[in-house]
Design a protein around this ligand. Sequence first.
Ligand code: IYR
Length: 221
Amino acid sequence: MELVPLDDYRRLPEAEMVARAEGFAAQLGRRRTVRDFADDPVPEAVVLAAIRAATTAPSGANQQPWHFCLIGKGELRAELRAAAEAEERAFYAERAGPEWLEALAPLGTDWRKPFLETAPWLIAVFAERHGIAADGARRKHYYVGESVGIATGLLLATLHRAGLVTLTHTPSPMGFLNRVCGRPEREKPFILIVTGYPAADARTPAAARVRKPLDQVLSRR
Ligand code: IYR
């Protein structure tokens, strides 16, 4: 094992640490999940940089068990929307069940997913359940969900920081994403991120703005 020094690290003054953390938290607090997208184009460089940010995430044994399929506007979109809406129709009609539908009611979601055709970029995030070694053998991956979840968080934070809005879409099940993206079976669709500008008349549910106060989610010992 080779070790290298932290040559680009420097401590910040305490007041600056607090100011930076507070400023970043306030900016993240302005992130909204949006479902109404404008169809205006967004430079690919923005989403590529956000994906690059996502790939800096820590991961189990640094195996980086993720794949990002970037889907621009094109003929795939109609197929993808139809496949997602077919799953969502079944989800809302049967699969969800009353308790899940009740939990979702304040968000006002339904099976219709027009944003899958409108938004300029979709990013399908896949989790590599296992890797393939140089000799073709199956290589076990560790903490895959944690790793891909952290990477997705960094992706969302960077897109937000860049001035775009996002939707974390979870069609259930999402197997059609393997076909649309041409990904192997060992990669499990993790989440579909929709990103772009909000539509001029975009509205978000009031209920989604309520965040639990710190004293409900924090304890100290
Ligand atoms: N996948 C469905 C349902 C859905 C589920 C949860 I949990 C949400 O927070 C939002 C939606 C859909 O995308 O509509």
